[in-house]
Design a protein around this ligand. Structure first.
Ligand SMILES: C[S@@+](CC[C@H](N)C(=O)[O-])C[C@H]1O[C@@H](n2cnc3c(N)ncnc32)[C@H](O)[C@@H]1O
Length: 426
């Protein structure tokens, strides 16, 4: 008879599937076994996986010096999970006991109970300075050299450092950001988002049920700001779901059409609009064939490698590879070309991706400008936009290592495009 599910067992299975098989955490957590856990147990299991992945480099550093040879992957993952649990505040005795019990629950790992016990007893006498000194988890081989080429090795080390810091929760508010920062006990960020210090269930916070705000990283909130004043304008939000940017546009008084190819993701957008009592026309369609222009403004938040969100999704480095990036680059180009055809002569198009790869950001804009004599990039303008973020071709490059002393931000790229010689209405 299979052992009953427990958060640690489910987390260990999930971890092994991510690190060993390249499955995504979002897929892992939809497995039926996760439904056998209560909601708080599910949250614990998910946190155990995320934190182990976030601190894998540090855990391996400490474990390697206490292991004569690397044990089978499942045992190594068990040791990693217990090491991280202890180093992030778990009680030594409990962590060791649970790990030994967990080893005993599987016939392949049961013979290694003694090893698990011995190694973790050594780990749990180490003090926090050993942990703090241990190296951060390195970006995967498919990504690291690319970023080092784009920004230099020291910058990559800063990005890796930023990935090791648990991200704060940022929210976008319908109005009165300063007031909401106070009510939520958070901080009003220079760009207008509210950063919440509180951990725990976000949906239990004041203002969630009443739809006064929604979770959105500060970096992700900038592209809409680059569109300028959209009040009363007809705006097409391409690749809109689950709707973070649609809600911003609607809150600013735009007449929004939210377009996405995924029915399931669009259902989440519709729920978000209902909760925030904001309005948008929703369309489930392929943006490559949709036609309803001209629009006064267009936002294209194109599908991408999502490499800018690794600090929020520490499983990404284990599941993404360079395979597929070429297809994404082609799709982004096709979407950009299609979007240009729907923009009114005076209109602005903001292109953005949550990617750290130049292929999905700066290079796409250079390519577009080389193909279209009549299109120009226009200088970005938004509250507290740091001039250091503006890249040579005129777009905005955001990196996870920016705002390090305030809790960082997601990696993003965005650029504003317009037909040459047409005055900007913003
Ligand atoms: C980066 S996410 C969008 C996030 C969203 N803009 C937000 O702020 O919440 C990219 C979206 O592109 C959608 N997508 C991918 N290919 C598409 C296509 N050909 N046409 C329309 N939507 C597409 C995906 O379904 C996904 O929801």
């Amino acid at each position: 008879m299979p052992a009953p599910a427990s958060p640690r067992l489910v987390a260990l299975d999930g971890l092994s599937q991510i690190v060993g098989e390249g499955r995504m955490l979002s897929d892992v957590i939809s497995d039926p076994v996760w439904q056998e856990l209560s909601p708080p147990e599910r949250a614990t299991a998910q946190r155990l996986i995320s934190e182990t992945l976030r601190y894998l480099g540090r855990a391996d550093h400490l474990l390697t010096s206490n292991l004569q040879r690397q044990p089978p992957l499942r045992v190594m993952n068990l040791l990693r999970m217990a090491t991280v649990e202890f180093m992030t505040g778990g009680a030594a005795h409990g962590v060791v006991n649970e790990a030994v019990k967990l080893a005993g629950r599987n016939k392949k790992t049961a013979p290694m109970k003694g090893l698990v016990n011995a190694v973790l007893r050594k780990i749990t006498v180490l003090d926090a300075t050993e942990w703090d000194k241990a190296p951060d988890t390195m970006l995967p081989k498919w990504l690291r050299p690319k970023l080092a080429k784009a920004w230099s090795k020291p910058v990559v080390a800063q990005i890796e450092r930023a990935h090791a810091v648990p991200p704060p929760v940022d929210v976008s508010v319908k109005s009165d950001a300063a007031d909401w920062a106070e009510k939520l006990g958070g901080t009003l960020l220079p760009t207008g988002s509210v950063r919440i210090a509180a951990r725990g269930q976000v949906s239990a916070l004041v203002g969630f049920d009443t739809g006064d705000w929604w979770v959105q990283d500060a970096a992700a909130a900038l592209p809409v700001q680059l569109l300028g004043d959209v009040s009363g304008k007809r705006v097409l939000d391409i690749c809109a779901a689950p709707g973070g940017k649609t809600m911003q546009l609607a809150a600013k008084g735009a007449e929004v059409t939210a377009l996405d190819i995924s029915e399931a993701r669009m259902a989440r957008l519709t729920e978000n609009l209902a909760r925030t009592k904001l309005a948008a026309k929703t369309v489930v369609a392929d943006a490559l064939s949709y036609e309803d222009g001209p629009f006064d403004a267009i936002l294209l938040d194109a599908p991408c490698s999502a490499t800018g969100t690794i600090r929020r999704h520490p499983d990404l480095p284990y599941v993404k590879t360079l395979t597929g990036i070429d297809d994404l680059v082609k799709l982004q180009r096709a979407l950009l070309t299609r979007a240009l055809g729907q923009i009114a002569p005076h209109g602005r198009l903001v292109f953005c991706t949550c990617s750290l790869l130049r292929e999905e950001g700066e290079d796409q804009i250079k390519w577009l400008l080389s193909q279209n004599d009549d299109i120009e990039i226009i200088p970005p303008h938004a509250p507290s936009l740091d001039p250091a973020w503006i890249s040579p071709e005129g777009g905005v490059r955001l990196r996870p290592d920016y705002w390090a002393d305030m809790g960082g931000m997601d990696g993003f790229y965005m650029a504003i495009l317009q037909r040459k010689g047409k005055a900007s209405p913003a």
